[in-house]
Design a protein around this ligand. Sequence first.
Ligand SMILES: C[S@@+](CC[C@H](N)C(=O)[O-])C[C@H]1O[C@@H](n2cnc3c(N)ncnc32)[C@H](O)[C@@H]1O
Length: 524
Amino acid sequence: MAEFAGVSVSDISASASGQQPFVAAACFDPGQLRLRLPDSVEIRFDLKTAQVLRLSAVTLLFVTGESKSGNEDKNSFSRALKFEFGTENESRDFCSAVEKCRHGKINGTSEGSLENGTVIVHKSKFDDKIESTSAKMYFHYYGQLLHQQNMLQDYVRTGTYYAAVVENRIDFHGRVVVDVGAGSGILSLFAAQAGAKHVYAVEASEMAEYARKLIDGNPSLRERITVVKGKVEEIDLPEKADILISEPMGTLLVNERMLESYVIARDRFLVSNGKMFPSIGRIHMAPFSDEYLYVEIANKALFWQQQNYYGVNLTSLYGSAFQGYFSQPVVDAFDPRLLVSPPTFHTLNFTNMKEEELYEIDIPLNYTATVGTRVHGLACWFDVLFDGSSVQRWLSTAPGSPTTHWYQLRCVLSQPLYVMAGQEITGRLLLVAHSAQSYTINLTLSVKMWGPGAEQGGILQTSTGKLDLKEPYYRLSQPQPYAWAQDQQQPQQQISSLQDLSPQIQDAVDPALMQQSSPNSTAL
Ligand SMILES: C[S@@+](CC[C@H](N)C(=O)[O-])C[C@H]1O[C@@H](n2cnc3c(N)ncnc32)[C@H](O)[C@@H]1O
């Protein structure tokens, strides 16, 4: 590894103001820069979080998220150092050494000449889009075995992947495979079982170490699997892949924004015409009616209706709390008979879509109501296709299908809509990605009002909602029995304390329900 002797270093971190420049030797290890000071103190810097800014031909600014002293590994703090080199060549060599060693890469990356002021080694595309705090929590979550176990124990999910791989061993046999976000390494092991020539299991979280252990514990497969710790946006691999395998799906398919990493991995590692398992995903959507759910959500805000909470009037926050509860998409398994019309779907083709197409997903909605009822929002779920050469398999998360750990998702509108059987429901679902690895959901549903004016094009009754996919309400009930007739004659036990609701909710609740409600009914 490269070594640079006699580098003049000034610590210009706020915490080091007034310190004199010192002379050090700079050495590189995979992923690390070591500065050796004359008094044999050594300071190590993690290159993954480092940025290098070229200030002049011989001066570099080196900023790092954390450093570790030789004696005390746990002592970490951010540093800004100014490096002065003897020659321009030396400063360039230092830059390319940083780049080469940054991720402890399997192979090196190109060296390039730089203009003054160019930031040369720093954030990847992932880091540019995603807040570091979000990424830290995300990879911390996936670094824990209990969460990997949760996915492994979703037998619908894991069993479908297993079947898709072993039934299509023709697609894996003798092929190079990249497992994008390998987690425990399970899909890599499946690919190796199906005869893959070599599998690169790429995993960014600490789970990579467990994956290594798991793979080591399977001697007949381990020779053909290499675990690569790092983000697919950042690591390099020694060869291209014939096939990518991944499980990048989040709630509503797109939550976690890992599909973008899957598409980036395709562009970086897959041979042209290579296969992707899965190759397409579809978001399915349909309007639904669920009075129970609506009242349950509206009721949550009632707390803020109190005028004497330890002597404090809370009501000024009631409106905000009410909107807040309706901004949470509901995750649970529901009875498909709650759907008000047949679903439509929107397809994402992972094999040819651009990563940027996932930043904003705009879906026009158009349905015909099959029943007269109140529409409380839009129900969504997804499926993905394993388009194998032998067998095509779908992994479905639809209501009524065996439940998966994704359940289904419902966007509930604070103002329900009235529809008649045969009436058209139009609208738009706009998903806008945000830097916390999730999406803002903008939902609009409209129906034409009946009565005077309808013949002239009708008056639109529109309801809108803005929800944050990052903040779901995990309701996780079992599928509800379909307890009432399509004409919305609700059974008595579902109505509780409706008389206690605020006038605002009472306006929004089905008037038939209000008449039937009784304070003695069982809780919702
Ligand atoms: C949904 S889990 C799937 C794990 C495993 N493939 C399975 O099927 O059980 C997604 C995994 O991808 C990893 N991951 C997410 N984004 C990544 C990225 N950009 N680069 C590498 N790994 C990533 C996460 O840490 C997580 O372990």
